[in-house]
Design a protein around this ligand. Structure first.
Ligand code: SF4
Length: 331
């Protein structure tokens, strides 16, 4: 039965909810699992012409965030960061130029959800001015209106990263509908959307994985994949184990097979060889603030460099794209 579903996905036929659920039920160490990983890798390779990408994110600020997502170190209730901090604009510009020099295929600017939008626009303009014309910029910020989406486009962003997270509305204070509205606003303004099934923890049911996979398929993103939740010490969710890299590889492979051939990208985070081997053709480098870290400069702890991400992709036998992101430039 599993083989038939995998064949169907390999022939680019749309999987039903039940078929996606059956794939998620496959045990990690089984013949079916290895067939699934192989098929996902094949599909990723075909749709991205055998190339993988490294995107690089600059976390611009830290602030206790009232949205209180339980999995995030910025959540006010998690009390990891009690003071606010902003990366000076000249340092943000320096980091962006560095990422460009390191051959990152796209540069993301990230803030906490309640960071003032106009301030973000002003910093983004400075960064945009300092970069080459064809360098791809992506916004990873809180929810926004259509008018704000148009402003992002006007400033020179190619797209956004936005996700309906696992536990949205339950482990976060943001209604699922609001996340989807932001994604629609972005698309209406001509911004391309990257997304992911995240942050996956051992507490999540297969039904929720199926639901979120179908959401990422329905929004027609430029990539989706799977990322695991990193337990933040001393927080409520820390009682649940992290999903293993082997398991998240299987999950990202199911997401790959569930999504259509027009979606080139398959992401995973944090970067690892098993996930890239299984089909992930997008990894992220990070500097500055990071919602999975407990120090303000993630490059000193969890955050990987562009070079390290490229090395992981090469270990998984990917050719790393040189130049601007294909994912965020192909309409
Ligand atoms: S994930 Fe975003 S919205 Fe949620 S607490 Fe962290 S910064 Fe706020």
């Amino acid at each position: 039965m599993i083989q038939k579903i995998i064949e169907k996905a390999s022939h680019h036929e749309k999987l039903t909810e039940k078929e996606i659920k059956d794939l998620f039920k496959v045990p990690v160490f089984s013949k079916d699992a290895f067939l699934l990983l192989w098929a996902a890798r094949e599909k990723s390779t075909q749709v991205s012409n055998g190339t993988a990408e490294v995107h690089a994110q600059i976390g611009l600020n830290i602030a206790p965030c009232p949205q209180n997502c339980r999995f995030c170190s910025f959540a006010a209730q998690n009390k990891v960061f009690t003071d606010s901090f902003e990366l000076p604009v000249d340092e943000a510009v320096f980091q962006a130029r560095q990422f460009e020099a390191d051959n990152a295929n796209a540069i993301y600017l990230m803030t906490t959800a309640n960071y003032p939008f106009e301030k973000f626009i002003e910093t983004s303009k400075e960064i945009r001015r300092a970069l080459k014309k064809d360098t791809v910029l992506v916004a990873n910020i809180g929810d926004f209106t259509l008018a704000q989406a148009q402003e992002l486009r006007h400033v020179g962003f190619s797209g956004i990263y936005h996700a309906v997270r696992l536990g949205e509305g339950k482990d976060t204070k943001i209604p699922l509908k609001k996340r989807l509205e932001t994604i629609m606003n972005a698309q209406e303004a001509g911004l391309l959307v990257g997304t992911c099934v995240e942050p996956v923890g051992t507490e999540h049911s297969i039904d929720e994985l199926v639901e979120k996979t179908i959401i990422t398929r329905d929004i027609k993103p430029v990539y989706s994949g799977a990322a695991r939740r990193i337990p933040i010490p001393s927080t409520m969710l820390a009682q649940y184990r992290a999903v293993s890299e082997a398991k998240i590889a299987l999950i990202l492979a199911v997401v790959r097979l569930a999504l259509g051939e027009e979606i080139q990208g398959n992401c995973t985070h944090e970067p690892n060889v098993v996930g890239a081997f299984a089909g992930a053709n997008l990894l992220w480098a990070e500097v500055g603030s990071n919602p999975r870290d407990t120090i303000k400069d993630t490059e000193k702890k969890r955050g990987m460099s562009v070079k390290e991400c490229a090395s992981i992709l090469k270990e998984a036998e990917w050719t790393v794209l040189s130049g601007p992101s294909q994912f965020y430039t192909t309409p």
